[in-house]
Design a binder for this molecule. Structure first.
Ligand code: ARG
Length: 437
């Protein structure tokens, strides 16, 4: 970019400035290898600058791809128009909501996927699908290289590049933001100089946002000050719990074999159901998470999440799973759940262990049929009622408070004697010679 930030690639090569020319990974493109680029385009500042920058710096053609994963309020036709205006040969807008819900979010639900105790992985789940579509459209449009707008500090570069490199070893990758050393100011200057419209003025977005139908994240800016509570202006999806309705709302989520199929008795397709859950939750202030997170690249970061749909659906799913699972399954599955979440967080969507785990998740979820009623009230989601044909719960057996239960209390002392045998022996040995042993 000959605008005085770095000078053109040719100038840099002459000066021996290798910062952005040096290729590290085998799949990264050398400047000379880039003829036509498939750019993952969001319409934001980074990827808009990139759309122009790639044409100038590589003398390459650019085909843009914008993926709809249910980002609320996004105007995809505007994004497309912007790409074409900036010189893209074409801009494909793909509505991938259905595939995202079915093949990415549903397995996450079956695995109760939560990373670090609070992050339902919406971004991490979206990246492998975006990468898959990038490969598909790159091949279809005769591109030799895929470009993305991830920085060198985050997890998203790992997820996209790991997936692209697995699916399409023949394609090269470039990640200009990682090397171009422009900050926001320089990018805005570049945009001005090249007639790139900058959305909402220059001071506006103090945060880095990523969202889809499974949640929304904000990072950066004032959020990085972990000694301060979140500012009000971060939250645009979920109502402040304080401002949520004073009346609680009961919602029933129904599942068939682990898949959510109805809300309050109304059967809905998965995308619609997740969107509906999101709306109801948002109204009640549900799903705000202030998360200190261990990134896969070593950094700790603070994320502010708004995840109303995930809070509702995961809470219900977990509750139902617990009702139909044995004590052994219920003790064991959370360990595999957390392994599942870690692999997905870490960008290893194509790791075979993940499909091994999916087989286990599917097997357990065969029994997860029934419904959970949740109470939503001022930011909280609480299960308050359950029903399932597969519940391992039988009030006739328990018969608490009456003597008439079918459960044989006479059998209990024999059980206790054997169950506690080793522990009692060990206790005696460790206390040999002490008083009272
Ligand atoms: N911390 C989350 C993750 O690593 C969210 C990242 C959101 N990305 C963004 N560009 N703001 O998945």
């Amino acid at each position: 970019m000959r605008v005085g930030v770095l000078g053109s690639r040719a100038d840099m090569a002459e000066r021996g400035d290798r910062t952005i020319l040096r290729k590290i990974a085998s799949y990264e493109a050398e400047p000379g290898e880039v003829g036509r680029v498939l750019l993952l385009y969001s319409g934001g500042l980074d990827t808009s600058v990139m759309l122009k920058w790639i044409q100038d710096e590589y003398q390459a053609e650019v085909v843009a791809l914008t993926v709809n994963l249910g980002q609320p309020g996004e105007e995809f036709e505007v994004v497309r128009g912007k790409a074409l205006q900036l010189g893209a040969l074409d801009c494909h807008v793909v509505d991938a909501r259905e595939e995202f819900a079915e093949d990415y979010v549903l397995p996450a639900i079956k695995a109760n996927a939560l990373y670090g105790g609070g992050y339902p992985l919406f971004t991490a789940l979206g990246r492998p699908l975006i990468a898959k579509l990038a490969v598909e459209y790159a091949r279809r449009s005769g591109c030799d290289t895929i470009a993305h707008g991830c920085t060198g500090k985050g997890n998203d570069q790992v997820r996209i590049e790991a997936s692209v490199a697995a699916l399409a070893p023949e394609l090269k990758i470039i990640a200009p933001v990682r090397g171009w050393q422009m900050g926001r100011e320089e990018e805005i200057a570049y945009a001005r100089e090249h007639g790139i419209p900058v959305k909402g003025g220059t001071e506006t977005p103090p945060y880095s946002i990523d969202d889809n139908l499974w949640g929304r994240s904000s990072e950066g800016g004032a959020i990085e000050d972990i000694e301060e509570p979140p500012r009000e202006d971060v939250f645009t999806l979920v109502t402040r719990p304080e401002d949520a309705p004073d009346e609680p709302q009961l919602v029933e989520i129904e599942f068939e074999r682990g898949r959510p199929v109805a809300i309050d008795g109304e059967r809905l397709g998965l995308v619609e159901l997740l969107e509906r859950a999101g709306e109801i939750g948002a109204r009640h202030g549900v799903g705000i998470v202030d998360h200190i997170e261990d990134r896969i690249v070593g950094l700790k970061v603070r994320d502010l999440y708004e995840v109303p749909a995930a809070d509702i659906v995961l809470t219900a799913h977990k509750e139902l799973e617990k009702l139909v699972g044995t004590i052994h399954q219920n003790q064991f599955k959370p360990q595999l759940d957390s392994q599942w979440a870690f692999l997905v967080y870490a960008g290893l969507w194509h790791e075979p262990l993940l499909s091994d785990l999916n087989a286990y998740m599917d097997a357990v979820n065969e029994q997860v049929t029934g419904a959970i009623t949740l109470k939503l009230y001022k930011g909280k989601v609480t299960p308050v009622a359950r029903r399932s044909p597969n519940a391992l719960y039988d009030p006739r057996l328990a018969g608490f408070g009456e003597s008439g239960g079918l459960f044989s209390q006479q059998a209990s002392p024999g059980f206790i004697e054997l169950w506690s045998l080793q522990s009692r022996m060990a206790w005696a040995i460790r206390n040999r010679g002490r008083e009272g042993s």
